[in-house]
Ligand binder design. Structure first.
Ligand code: CO
Length: 301
């Protein structure tokens, strides 16, 4: 060898290796991990309050199919926010994850980007909780890098107009022009509960014989009754403004107890015709949720 001796060459090689190792260490956790950078894996998590009623659960199957059709090849997972319902189903041998457990599992399965879609009606307390959970699971070591949260059904005036149109187009054909339509929302004391009187306004613009009330918020059944009496209607259709026709729709709306809406209004001289069909059973309504999911999914990039 001329010029550089053997030992000199070894020193140079060693120096090159040291510099390379140092540069890799500086490149940060994405490069320094054992397996190098994770391949991007996108997924969808659909989150609902949940239901223990089979018929209502079928509506979720429809949403599942619609989601898979709109996002072909993307894994779709489900979570229920209601612990009471998850516990009830667990006793029947059906295990459904909470949002936190579902996100932990997805992180473990190597999902790097997850769009979480709220199937709630309004951005109330449950949506706030879901947002907090999604935020907590984003960016954990070896977990999901990016989580994007889709808005619930009613996230603004455009959604309200679309929702009213979809729901009114889906009214029973037997409803006559002089018969009222009462929509029962869940209701809340969260500020987002203002969506219910806002929806009442939007419905009324399209159909003057519509009324919106809630089980646990404003407006209440007494206000619904007063409005119906002022309209001097003889008949009212009772329709849930909830994702599924579950416990509230079957009992508080259409049940036989003295304090059900059906009983209260019947006693006031109004003939009631309950319809046990949830919003999730209306494909045009499901499209609103899926549009919000598409927005959230696009934000993953
Ligand atoms: Co309730």
């Amino acid at each position: 060898m001329m010029g550089i001796g053997v030992s000199e060459l070894k020193k140079t090689t060693l120096l090159v290796i040291l510099v390379a190792v140092w540069a890799l260490a500086l490149a940060g956790p994405a490069q320094a991990g054992h397996g190098g950078e994770k391949a991007m894996k996108k997924g969808i998590l659909l989150v609902t309050f949940g239901t223990s009623i089979d018929r209502a659960a079928k509506a979720f199957d429809m949403i599942d199919a619609a989601t898979k059709a709109r996002f072909p090849g993307v894994a779709v997972r489900w979570a229920y926010t209601a612990k009471i319902i998850r516990d009830k189903l667990a006793k029947q041998g059906r295990s459904i994850d909470s949002p936190a457990v579902a996100l932990a599992k997805m992180g473990e399965e190597g999902f790097t980007h997850v769009a979480v879609q709220s199937l709630h009606v309004i951005p109330g307390y449950e949506f706030d909780d879901l947002a907090a959970t999604a935020k907590a699971f984003e960016g954990l070591p070896e977990g999901i890098e990016r989580i994007s949260l889709g808005q619930p059904l009613i996230a603004g005036p455009d959604d309200m107009t679309r929702l009213a149109k979809a729901v009114l187009a889906d009214l029973p054909a037997e409803r006559k022009k002089d018969e009222a339509v009462v929509f029962m929302g869940h209701g809340t004391h969260h500020p987002a509960g203002a969506a219910y009187p806002a929806m009442a306004y939007v419905f009324k613009q399209a159909d003057p014989l519509t009324v919106v009330g809630t089980v646990e918020g404003f407006p209440e059944i007494d206000q619904v009754k007063a409005e119906l009496l002022a309209m001097k209607v003889k008949t009212a259709w009772l329709i849930p403004l909830m994702s599924v026709a579950g416990d509230h729709a079957m009992n508080d709306m259409a049940g036989g107890e003295d304090d059900s809406w059906k009983s209260i209004l019947t006693k006031a001289g109004i003939e009631c015709k309950p319809v046990l069909k949830g919003l999730a059973e209306n494909p045009q309504v499901v499209d609103i949720w899926l549009d919000h999911l598409a927005t959230a999914y696009d934000r993953l990039n």
